[in-house]
Every structure is written in C-alpha cells, then in structure tokens.
Design a protein around this ligand. Structure first.
Ligand code: F6P
Length: 325
C-alpha cells in the first residue's frame, strides 16, 4: 500500500514535523510513504519520490516545508488533474495526505470526484481561518514570532516615547492580530471582525498620554489594513497628527511564516498526521478534513469545511473590545 503527502498554499511551521511523522509512522505500519514535492504543481509535474528515513532526518526543528509548496492555478484544469492522476498511478498511490488550507482541500475534493483518489486534509495555515476547526497547524509558532517581535519593538518605542504600529498577516482574518494584541499588552487592536472608531480611540490615547503613558503599541491585521479604510500608513499619520505622538510602523510580513516550530506545533503535527493516516486506512472512510475542537480530533466533510466562513469566537473578541474604543 502506498500513501503520499504534500504541502500546499502558504507554508507554516509544523509542516516538517508532520512530514517526518508521516514517513516514520508509515514505515512503522509497513506502508510505502511517498513525498510529493512543490505541492499541487509537483503533483502535476510528477515530482514524486518514494521516501526514505534520510529524507526526513533532522527536519523536526526546521520551519517551512522540506517538500516545498505552491499555489497552483493549473490544478483547476481537468487536463492537468488527469496528468496528476497518471503520475500517482505510476507509483501505485491511491491515497493522499495534504497539509494546507480550504482552497487546497477544495482542489483535492474535485480530484477525488474526478479520479477517486481519497485524501485527508490537515488544516495548516498561520491565518487560523478554516471553518470547523479551532486550531490550524503553524498558528502557535507564528504567534510566538509576533510576540517576540512585538516585545522587541515595545522596548525601543518605550525608549523614545513613541507609538508603534505592528501589522500582522492573516489575510482576511484578524486572529493573529487579536491574540497578539491581547497577549502582548497592546493599547490598540484593529481587526476586520471588530468595529472601531478612531475618534474614540484617539480621545482615550490622548488622555492616557496626558496621564503619563510613555508609548503606544497598536496591532493591526493585514485584513484590516487592506480591506478597510485604515491602512497602516494612515494609522501612522493619525497617531502622529491627531493623537500627537511620534510613530514608527513595522509590517512583520513573512517572518511570521518561518521559524522553528514550537513544541505545541510539533506535537499537533504528530497528532494530526497519526490520526489522518489511521483514518485514511479505514476501508469505509471518506475523503475528509481532520479538525481539532475542545481538545479532540474529529473528521468532517470537505463540504462542511466549505459551508461557512471561519468566525473568531465571541469570548476571544470580547477580551479585545476595550482596545477598540
Ligand atoms: O495564508 C497565509 C498567508 O501568509 C497570509 O497571511 C498572507 O496574506 C498570504 O499568505 C501571503 O501570501 P504570499 O506568501 O503568497 O505572499
């Protein structure tokens, strides 16, 4: 029996521990593990290799994905999916484990409908924006990178009586910015999920500065900066001109996607993969996504994952409401 693993879409820390566990666990179960390099693009191009222990030795602590990733447009085209199917047939692979987001799961669902290649999707994205799961692989590492950067930026802001605007990734989802603002003690948090009024926030900040506040940390989600009217640059201008404090901006960018996986992400990677392999081996199992809720792993249908937009839970949003007014 042969199973292959691939990583698709934005990479994240935790993918390498997942790949290592996949290979080690398959060997232990006497299953042939295959690695598909370059995500769905590599599947189309036949970039497939039978895994050896050596391929995954010493990768547990590394960020990114050793088998690389891609965002494939060609996979939308049936001709290329057919080519991908033929590549799998050459190696006798009829089961796939994919680490990625809902777009990648949708693509493989179409592939399953076309050619019957069963797969299990493992949610892996720093954005934590997949409906149906509380946790996506890579989020803890990204949050720790943001924390480290924010702590350092706060040091220098405090030394100069400045404000800092820190922009996090997350696409349209404010999860990274929200949790970072709460856990880094920010004064302001701007995310697409929470309404804010700059006039009200400005009044509060001016009062706090009058009472002796020495610096201001403002965390803003890229989804807010891109999709709403307040861009990071506009926030800087507002802080300088309306609030009256010298300000610097840092767009954290892709450092949030790299870095050594935290212990939590390494453990989650192992668990996600192990449960996924066990599930895909069951005769009667369907293609599905493994989700993690309330400390438990479950399998849900691709349709379920795609049925709604991920929403940050209210209790978490409530913790940050004081930072938007
Ligand atoms: O989905 C992960 C993510 O890092 C988003 O947070 C971000 O908007 C996007 O990918 C960036 O994509 P790219 O690496 O292709 O620029």
């Amino acid at each position: 029996m042969a199973i292959a693993i691939l990583t698709s879409g934005g990479d994240c820390a935790g993918m390498n521990p997942a790949i290592k566990q996949f290979v080690d666990y398959c060997f232990n179960k006497k299953i042939e593990p295959f690695l598909i390099y370059d995500g769905l693009e590599g599947l189309i191009d036949g970039n497939i290799k039978k895994a050896s222990y050596d391929d995954v030795a010493g990768i547990m602590h590394e960020g990114g994905t050793k088998i690389r990733s891609s965002r494939s447009k060609r996979f939308f085209d049936l001709e290329y999916r057919k080519q991908a199917f033929e590549n799998l047939q050459k190696h006798g692979i009829d089961k796939l484990i994919i680490l990625g987001g809902d777009g990648s799961f949708r693509a493989l669902d179409q592939f399953y409908k076309d050619f019957g290649i069963k797969f299990i999707g493992i949610p892996a994205t720093i954005d934590n924006d997949i409906f149906g799961t509380e946790y996506c692989l890579g989020v803890d590492t990204a949050l720790n990178i943001i924390r480290e950067a924010t702590d350092a930026i706060r040091d220098t802001s405090a030394s100069f009586k400045r404000a800092c605007v820190i922009e996090t990734m997350g696409r349209d989802c404010g999860y990274l910015a929200l949790v970072s603002a709460i856990t880094c003690g920010a004064e302001v948090c701007m995310i697409p999920e929470l309404d804010y009024d700059l006039e009200v926030i400005g009044k509060r900040l001016k009062q706090e500065l009058k009472e002796g506040r020495k610096y201001i940390v403002c965390v803003v989600a890229e989804g807010c900066s891109k999709n709403r009217c307040t861009t990071t640059n506009e926030l800087v201008r507002w802080l300088e001109e309306d609030v009256g404090i010298e300000t610097r901006a840092t767009i954290l960018g892709h450092i949030q996607r790299g870095g050594n996986p935290t212990v939590y992400d390494r453990l989650m990677a192992s668990e996600f993969v192990t449960f996924a392999i066990e599930e895909i081996l069951k005769e009667d199992s369907e293609s599905s996504v493994i989700v993690y809720n309330k400390s438990e792993f479950q399998f849900v249908s691709i349709d379920y994952v795609n049925s709604s937009k991920y929403e940050i839970k209210k209790e978490l949003l409530d913790l940050a409401r004081r930072l938007v007014n």
